[in-house]
Design a protein around this ligand. Structure first.
Ligand code: HEM
Length: 500
């Protein structure tokens, strides 16, 4: 009986505590609401779902455009219960990522990748760890020839291997996806692992399939759903689980390579990126705060391997489709290639400055396709004032790069593919500061120099040696992406490579 006896005083005390608790919760909610209300305006969000019902899962970019028509270039959407500040159009993206570069340099939440990286690796780390890894990777990649002649030769060699593969198709139709990704991936593999892989290597091919599949799944509705509701999706069956099994297999491959390197490396004579990282780890041995350990090595290697493969090869694949749709543009580029390079030697990076039309075509391919349309998520690293709004530290930010590429103030008729966007009245190459396929600011793509070299050398080598024929009439080629999420992915297609 005794424990159940409640005295009058206890009852009063309990009631006051309850009232105090309710008042406290209420004040907290009001505080939260106040802080929220200082975020940029945006559509009304539903509890739990946020604005999910207003976003077309097949075409997120289109939904973001419609919302910007209503709420302006800076607005807030809730993905689940998490607010995300959207930057739409050139001015908003530049004001944030360039003019307040440091404040907007954080990597935002990306649960589908976080479950795997745990915040290690360059692309998904933050703070000192990110700064140290990024600085180290930039210097090391440059030492191994990124942006230099040595890597140019590697790309030229790989382009020749690919030509051979094209010739072997004997003018039969084929899907170019893995022809392109094997060649592109081998360039970054040479820098990171110290060697290229044979095109027949089954393990290499299956890795490229895993990378390609992850790009597709992360960009699909499954990937988007996982990013919004990771807590629930972790327990549900579905396609999203492929992301993690794929990642695990890629990680095992990278880890095995690292272990092989550990057995054979000589500190005085580093062979590749992994060797340099191992040396750095040895130097920092004993520093518990070091950013250089086996986890960050595996994730950074993975970032370079993944980032260096799928982006460039998707741009090439999309680019070939565009070139087949516009044979007049292709022919004009081929005439320039014939005039400046001829048919008997490999294209070099030096040729680019004498080839404004081809250069403009490649820029236009990157603008038009915007293959990473929403960049990777950013966040603010401290409380930030932006256009009269208050963004608390850690707020996720989505810079819509495709909106910059489609900004009518920066490009005439942006919905039309037109290389003139990058030519002046004298047909000289003309840059445009709204060209941002690699993003801008402190997080700008680490592989930009390498990617630009690859795109120029691969495209010119293809066009110098082949005419590409579609299997349908050019007018019937649909250039809209079949998936538009993290990546803009073209519909799969077949082509015929006819030697010139
Ligand atoms: C056409 C090819 C490429 C495109 C369009 C592209 C695009 C991008 C974009 C949009 C970002 C996000 C930037 C941001 O957060 O604001 C990024 C980051 C990154 N990219 Fe690329 N990329 C390409 C090629 C490459 C290559 C070849 C490599 C490897 C050498 C690479 C490695 C990375 C890394 C490591 C990051 C993370 C940078 C950081 O968080 O500090 N990318 N890329």
């Amino acid at each position: 009986m005794f424990p159940n006896m409640v005295t009058g005083w206890e009852r009063i005390e309990f009631r006051s505590m309850t009232i105090a608790f309710v008042v406290l919760c209420f004040s907290f909610l009001i505080l939260l609401q106040r802080r929220k209300s200082k975020l940029p305006p945006g559509p009304k969000a539903l509890p739990f779902l946020g604005n999910l019902h207003q976003l077309d899962s097949k075409n997120l970019v289109k939904s973001l455009k419609e919302l910007s028509d209503k709420y302006g270039p800076v607005y807030t959407i809730y993905l689940g219960s998490r607010p995300n500040v959207v930057l739409y159009g050139y001015k908003a993206v530049k004001e944030a990522l360039v003019e307040q570069a440091e404040n907007f340099s954080g990597r935002g939440e990306f649960p589908a990748v976080h479950r795997f990286t745990q915040g290690n690796g360059i692309a998904f780390s933050n703070g000192e760890k990110w700064k140290n890894l990024r600085r180290f990777a930039l210097v090391t990649l440059r030492n191994f020839g990124m942006g230099k002649r040595s890597i140019e030769e590697r790309i030229q060699e790989e382009a020749q291997f690919m030509l051979e593969e094209f010739r072997n198709t004997k003018q039969k139709t084929f899907d170019p996806t893995f022809f392109l990704s094997r060649a592109v991936s081998n360039v970054i593999c040479s820098i990171v692992f110290g060697h290229r892989f044979d095109y027949e290597d089954k393990r290499f091919l299956s890795l490229l399939e895993l990378i390609n599949d992850n790009f597709l799944v992360i960009s699909s509705a499954w990937g988007r759903f996982y990013n919004i509701f990771p807590g629930i999706m972790n327990y549900l069956p579905g396609t999203h689980n492929r992301i993690f099994t794929n990642f695990e297999k890629i990680k095992t491959f990278v880890l095995e390579n690292v272990r092989d390197h550990e057995k054979t490396f000589q500190p005085e004579c580093p062979r590749d990126f992994i060797d340099c990282f191992l040396i750095k780890m040895q130097k920092e041995n004993g520093n518990p705060m070091s950013s250089f350990n086996i986890e960050t090595l595996v994730m950074t290697t993975h970032n370079l391997f993944f980032g260096g493969t799928e982006t460039v090869s998707t741009t090439l694949r999309y680019g070939l489709l565009i070139l087949m749709k516009y044979p007049d543009i292709t022919e004009k580029a081929q005439q320039e290639i014939d005039k400046v390079i001829g048919r008997n030697r490999c294209p070099t990076v030096e040729d680019r400055s004498k080839m404004p039309y081809t250069d403009a075509v490649i820029h236009e391919i990157q603008r038009f396709t915007s293959i990473i349309p929403l960049s990777l998520p950013h966040s603010v690293i401290r409380d930030t004032q932006f256009r009269g709004h208050h963004l608390p530290k850690g707020t996720n930010v989505i810079p819509v790069l495709s909106s910059v590429h489609n900004d009518p103030e920066k490009f005439k008729q942006p919905q039309i593919f037109n290389p003139d966007n990058f030519l002046d009245e004298n047909n000289r190459f003309k840059n445009n500061d709204a060209f941002m396929p690699f993003s801008t600011g402190k997080r700008i793509c680490l592989g930009e120099g390498l990617a630009r070299m690859e795109l120029f050398l691969f495209f010119t080598t293809f066009l110098q040696n082949f005419n590409f024929k579609p299997t349908v009439h050019p007018d019937e080629i649909d250039l809209s992406p079949s998936i538009s999420g993290v990546g803009n992915v073209p519909a799969s297609y077949q082509l015929i490579a006819v030697p010139r």
